[in-house]
Design a protein around this ligand. Structure first.
Ligand SMILES: O=C(O)C1=C[C@@H](OP(=O)(O)O)[C@@H](O)[C@H](O)C1
Ligand SMILES: C=C(OP(=O)(O)O)C(=O)O
Length: 430
C-alpha cells in the first residue's frame, strides 16, 4: 500500500501538460475495436482504467498494439469480428469501461462474464441492464443483475426510447452503442446534458446520429470506420493543478492542450464565479473536441452555490472544488449531486470525512455538501479510500496544510493521472 506525502509549497510556477482525457481514450479504443480498419490513438491515457478497456477488448480477439505508453493502434474487426472471451472480462475500477462495454456486448451473439474490483461491485448497473434487457439482451447477475459479477449474451436487439432519470454519459453511450446494432431507431433523453464525447466521436467514425432537444437518437445497422484520434489533456486532471494554483499564494501555472468541451468546463465557470483568475486560450480542435491552454493565477476567492445543470459539467471535480471552497470567503453549497454517492466511493461522505481530518468544517447533505469558507488546514494523514480523485484532492490540500498531508492508498491515483505527484512537485517551489 503506497503512502505519499505532500509538503506545503510557497508557490506553484510553470508550464505543464496533463495526461490524455480518460473519457475520450476509452471511447477511441472501444470505437476502434468495433470499427472496420485501423484506429491510431495519439495522446492515449495510460491510466489503469483505460488499460482495463484495452485488456477487455484484447480478450475479445481485437489486436491492440501500444507503440508507446500514449500511442495505441487498434486493429478493428467490425462488430462481427469480436469473439467470445475465454475468461472473465475484468474492468478493474472503471465504471466507464463496464457500462459502455455492456452496450457493445448487448448486440454480440456470445456469452461474456464481466467482473471488476470491490468498488465496481458496489456501483449500480441496473441503469444500463434494465434498458439493455428491454432491447432484447440476456443479462444476469448479482441482485437480479443490478451489480457485478454479470453474465451477458447479446444479439437481436430492437431499438428503444429511453428516458434516463439521471444525466449520465455512461448510460447514454451504452445505449447508443447497443442502438447501433439494433433494428430501428434508438432514442435517449436525459434530464440535463451529460458529457457529449460519444456524440462527437461517433460521427468521426462515420456514424449518423441526430442531436435533439434533451437527447440524441440514431438508426441501427450502422458500421464504424477506423480513423486516427488525437486525445486532448484531461480537464478533470487539470482541475487539480488549477485548484492548487488558485489556493497557493503567489502561484501562476499554465496547462497546455487541455480539452475544453463545454460539457466538461463547469469547473472553469465555477472557479471564475468564485473570483479565480482562470484564463483560457482556445488553440484548436482535435477530433471534434476543442483544445486550449489554461493559465491560472492565485486568487482571493468567495464561496459559491453549485447546482442543477452545472453538476454534470463538473461531476468529477466536486472533491477538489470542496478543497478550494475551504479557502474561499463565505460558504460553498453544492446541491443536486446525489450521483456522487455511486462513484468509485461515496464521494459526498468521503470528501467530508477526509477534509474534516484537516480541520475543515463540512456538512454532508442528502445531495451534496456545505463547506464553511476560509479555514486554515492542519496537516494529517488522509486516505484515498482507493478513489483516485479523493487521493488527489487530499494531496492538493497538503500544499496549504500546516505540516503537509500524507495520503495512504495513493496508488489509486494511477487510475486517471499517472505522474500526478511528479507534476505537482515539479510545479511546487518550497
Ligand atoms: O462517460 C464517461 O466517460 C464518464 C461519465 C461520468 O459518469 P456518469 O455517466 O455515471 O455520470 C463521469 O463521472 C465518469 O468519470 C466518466
Ligand atoms: C467516476 C469516474 O470514473 P468511472 O465512472 O469511469 O469509474 C471518475 O473518473 O471520477
Amino acid at each position: 500500500m503506497k503512502t505519499l506525502t505532500i509538503q506545503p509549497a510557497d508557490s506553484l510556477r510553470g508550464d505543464v501538460t496533463v495526461p490524455g482525457d480518460k473519457s475520450i481514450s476509452h471511447r477511441a479504443v472501444m470505437f476502434g475495436a468495433v470499427a472496420r480498419g485501423t484506429t491510431r490513438v495519439e495522446g492515449f491515457l495510460p491510466g489503469a482504467d483505460c488499460l482495463s478497456t484495452i485488456s477487455c477488448f484484447r480478450r475479445m480477439g481485437v489486436a491492440i498494439e501500444q507503440e508507446s505508453e500514449t500511442v495505441v493502434t487498434v486493429h478493428g474487426r467490425g462488430w462481427e469480428g469480436l469473439t467470445e472471451p475465454e475468461s472473465f472480462l475484468d474492468v478493474g475500477n472503471s465504471g466507464t469501461t463496464i457500462r459502455l462495454m455492456l452496450g457493445i456486448l448487448a448486440g454480440l451473439p456470445f456469452y461474456s462474464a464481466v467482473i471488476g474490483d470491490e468498488s465496481i461491485a458496489r456501483r449500480p448497473m441496473d441503469r444500463v441492464v434494465d434498458p439493455l434487457r428491454q432491447m432484447g439482451a440476456w443479462i444476469e447477475g448479482r441482485k437480479n443483475g443490478s451489480f457485478t459479477p454479470l453474465g451477458i449474451r447479446g444479439g437481436n436487439l430492437e431499438g428503444v426510447e429511453h428516458v434516463s432519470p439521471v444525466a449520465s454519459a455512461q448510460v447514454k453511450s451504452c445505449l447508443l452503442l447497443a442502438g447501433l446494432q439494433a433494428d430501428g431507431v434508438t432514442r435517449i433523453r436525459e434530464p440535463h446534458r451529460s458529457r457529449d464525447h460519444t456524440e462527437r466521436m461517433l460521427p468521426a467514425f462515420g456514424v449518423e446520429l441526430t442531436r435533439e432537444e434533451g437527447g440524441v437518437s440514431l438508426r441501427g445497422g450502422q458500421q464504424l470506420s477506423g480513423r486516427d484520434v488525437r486525445v486532448p489533456g484531461d480537464i478533470s486532471s487539470a482541475a487539480f493543478l488549477i485548484a492548487a494554483a488558485l489556493i497557493v499564494p503567489g502561484s501562476r501555472v499554465t496547462i497546455r492542450n487541455v480539452g475544453l468541451n463545454p460539457t466538461r468546463t463547469g469547473i472553469l465557470d465555477t472557479f471564475r464565479e468564485m473570483g479565480g483568475a482562470v484564463e483560457v486560450e482556445e488553440t484548436g480542435e482535435w477530433t471534434g473536441e476543442p483544445v486550449g491552454d489554461i493559465t491560472v493565477t492565485a486568487s482571493s476567492l468567495r464561496g459559491v452555490e453549485v447546482k442543477g445543470d452545472r453538476i454534470p459539467r463538473l461531476i468529477d471535480e466536486i472533491p477538489i472544488l470542496a478543497v478550494v471552497a475551504t479557502q474561499a470567503d463565505g460558504p460553498t453549497v453544492i446541491r443536486d449531486a446525489a450521483e456522487l454517492k455511486v462513484k468509485e466511493t461515496n464521494r459526498i461522505s468521503v470528501t467530508a470525512q477526509e477534509l474534516r481530518r484537516l480541520g475543515a468544517v463540512v456538512e454532508e447533505t442528502p445531495d451534496g455538501l456545505i463547506i464553511k469558507g476560509r479555514t486554515p488546514l492542519t496537516g494529517d494523514r488522509c486516505d484515498s479510500h482507493g478513489d483516485h480523485r479523493i487521493g488527489m484532492a487530499a494531496a492538493v490540500a497538503g500544499l496549504i496544510a500546516d505540516g503537509g498531508v500524507s495520503v495512504s492508498r495513493a496508488g489509486a491515483i494511477d487510475v486517471s493521472f499517472p505522474g500526478f505527484f511528479e507534476t505537482l512537485n515539479r510545479l511546487a517551489h518550497r
